[in-house]
Design a protein around this ligand. Structure first.
Ligand SMILES: Nc1ncnc2c1ncn2[C@@H]1O[C@H](COP(=O)(O)OP(=O)(O)OP(=O)(O)O)[C@@H](O)[C@H]1O
Ligand SMILES: Cc1cn([C@H]2C[C@H](O)[C@@H](COP(=O)(O)O)O2)c(=O)[nH]c1=O
Length: 218
């Protein structure tokens, strides 16, 4: 079974870019690796519903638990693809995984309910849906102003033409998500974590340097 590496962080942190470069550097070193990105907007029923929710063409689910269930459904529908990738490769890089659900949905309940929300999601995904826990999670720590600039650079998405989707537009949510990731990293939630800062002297680090730091940690 391959090594499950989850790349996590707030919107615009640089996860897709880092994930692709980690795989590129592993392949160049003769190791087998691939990326799976969640949500899988065009591959699963859950992913399609989430794209519509983030684009604002479906109402936001009535509760964070309902949203969490859709994100978990997307991964449960993808379980076969995910397990086949782990069987076929030495390293499988997940561009977002279970911790995204915990960070974002716990950011949408009162602070004293956040811990219980995280535990509920972890039990749903790793328990009821039998999804494997990551071997290592990376928290890409990108300051809010820089991440916002990077979101503006993103290519057109499959699910929306808007510059910011519903979660990206909510700056308070993004701040609470960052705080949740910092706490999960500190508390080793779902296993081991490494915090990787994506900025140096106030500017974005070169993407290849960020990826090299992650590869060195494997
Ligand atoms: N270190 C970096 N330096 C400069 N540009 C970057 C860096 N990392 C990412 N970018 C650019 O920023 C944009 C957003 O990056 P990316 O798609 O990797 O973010 P993301 O965290 O996956 O976003 P989201 O989760 O919101 O979809 C892209 O245009 C990418 O090329
Ligand atoms: C996988 C996953 C994602 N989210 C949130 C995080 C983002 O704001 C959106 C979409 O992700 P993308 O990387 O911008 O495509 O959904 C979440 O709340 N729970 C999850 O499991």
């Amino acid at each position: 079974m391959g090594f499950l590496l989850a790349i996590e962080g707030a919107d615009g942190a640089g996860k897709a870019t880092a994930s692709a470069l980690v795989v590129e550097q592993l392949l160049a070193a003769g190791r087998s690796a691939c990326v799976i990105s969640f949500p899988r907007y065009t591959e699963t029923v859950g992913g399609w519903a989430l794209g519509a929710m983030l684009a604002g063409t479906l109402p936001r689910p009535v509760s964070p638990k309902a949203a969490a269930t859709l994100y978990a459904l997307d991964r449960m529908e993808s379980r076969g693809v995910l397990m086949a990738a782990l069987d076929a490769h030495e390293v499988v890089v997940f561009d977002r995984y279970i911790a995204s659900n915990m960070a974002y949905q716990a950011a949408q309940v009162p602070a004293d309910e956040a811990g219980a929300m995280m535990e509920w999601i972890a039990a749903l995904e790793t328990g009821a849906f039998a999804l494997p826990a990551p071997n290592l999670s990376i928290y890409l720590d990108t300051p809010a102003d820089i991440a916002r600039g990077l979101i503006l650079k993103k290519r057109k998405r499959s699910y929306t033409d808007d510059t910011f989707d519903a979660y990206e537009a909510d700056t308070g949510l993004q701040d609470r998500v960052r705080a949740n990731y910092a706490a999960m990293t500190q508390g080793r939630v779902l296993g081991e974590w490494l915090r990787v800062s994506t900025v140096k002297n106030g500017a974005s680090r070169p993407p290849a340097d960020i990826a090299a730091e992650i590869v060195a940690a494997l």
